[in-house]
Ligand binder design. Structure first.
Ligand SMILES: [Zn+2]
Length: 219
């Protein structure tokens, strides 16, 4: 199969994280039931409201077949703690996917499209992961999803988002610090809203986490 040979991501030596403060004071934290399970995700995930909205609109556009796409943004390390995080700034629906009720794949054409679109509109941004839907299924990574993630999104900091549009559930699959990828235990995320307007998150399996000091954490 020639697929792997033809897919050219950025050269590895250009893949450097941006050093910037963890934007916790501009974000709401949404936890999954597994966030307190003692797992050690390598990165935390921040999602801008426009990107979240785009993914949700795409996710409900087909309630029977899987749809999906690429998440584009930044890979960062906190300037003080060195803690790693990714920021999902844009969602690019994959146009030429082969869709079925139980699988979704990225074809050569859709990946070429996506790289062209990043070059044209999001120069310098990184593919921080991918998303897809599981209509009437749960939030998990199938064997095929796991294979796809390891082959097309092999950077330790790249993440996978699964959305179930009927029950309005969603969760992120993030590699742990030891490299392990748990296909059943998903994580929540930080909703990035610099203006602190209304939340846009409506996934019913996540809950708003507030630390002991209150809504925001002050340094
Ligand atoms: Zn899947």
């Amino acid at each position: 199969m020639s697929l792997k040979l033809n897919i050219q991501l950025e050269p590895v030596d250009l893949m450097e994280p941006i050093t910037t403060p963890l934007p916790v004071n501009k974000a709401r934290r949404w936890n999954s039931p597994y966030d307190a399970a003692g797992l050690q995700p390598l990165v935390s995930v921040f999602v801008t409201q426009p990107a979240y909205s785009r993914i949700c609109v795409h996710s409900v556009s087909d309630m029977d077949n899987e749809v999906g796409g690429i998440m584009v943004g930044e890979w960062c390390t906190d300037d003080k703690t060195g803690e790693q995080f990714v920021v999902v700034e844009h969602a690019l629906p994959a146009r030429h996917t082969r869709q079925g009720s139980v699988y979704l794949t990225f074809t050569q054409d859709s990946l070429v499209d996506i790289h062209d679109e990043i070059d044209a509109h999001f120069k310098g941004k990184k593919i921080v992961g991918w998303y897809h839907t599981h209509p009437r299924m749960g939030i998990f990574l199938s064997h095929y999803d796991t294979w796809l993630h390891q082959h097309f999104f092999p950077e330790p900091w790249q993440v996978a988002l699964v959305v179930e549009p009927h029950s309005a559930n969603g969760g992120f699959f993030i590699r742990q610090k030891n490299g392990a990828l748990d296909p059943t235990r998903y994580f929540g995320f930080h909703e990035l809203d610099g203006n602190f307007g209304r939340t846009m998150v409506f996934w019913t399996n996540l809950y708003l986490y507030e630390n002991e000091e209150g809504e925001t954490s002050n340094e």
